[in-house]
Design a protein around this ligand. Sequence first.
Ligand SMILES: [Mn+2]
Length: 193
Amino acid sequence: MRKADISRTTGETDINVSLDLDGIGKSEIATGVGFLNHMLDSLARHGRFDLTVKAVGDIDVDDHHTTEDVGIVLGEAFLQALADKRGIRRFGSAIIPMDEALSLVALDFSGREYTVFDASFNSEKVGTFDTELVEEFFRGFARGSKCNLHIRLLDGKNSHHCIESIFKAFAKAAQMAVALEDHDDIPSTKGVL
Ligand SMILES: [Mn+2]
């Protein structure tokens, strides 16, 4: 069963994540940050992960700690659910449009954190959400999951579309990378990931 349940409490946030990599895309998301809820719902749906995220953070300050920490804990859930990564495809990538926006995401559950984030947005906010937090979320995910994550916004105008295309591309890339192949090996020449 490729599942994980992780709870993490700090002085800034209290986060619970349940993840089933072999789910059907159902989600229960309550982070207190509306746009982040919308993106995590999209991630579960398009990656076909079953995902529960409950977060209580210091959103009276701003959405920074909650967004970053949800990224970290979600990453930790992927790491735990993948266990020794036996049989997985390991690499995944997707180029996904949303109207005029177009995003590329490539990732490798390599066991080593590295993030390249090449996207800038035309507006500082979507709703009440600061668009600069998208990068914080994905840097957190790479840290928690120990993955190599490349994100490029190739085109786009509307910030909501741009960010949503990134999350959808991330969902499809992650779905591809965690997929089980027809072998029982750990996909590394080192024999460990
Ligand atoms: Mn939307």
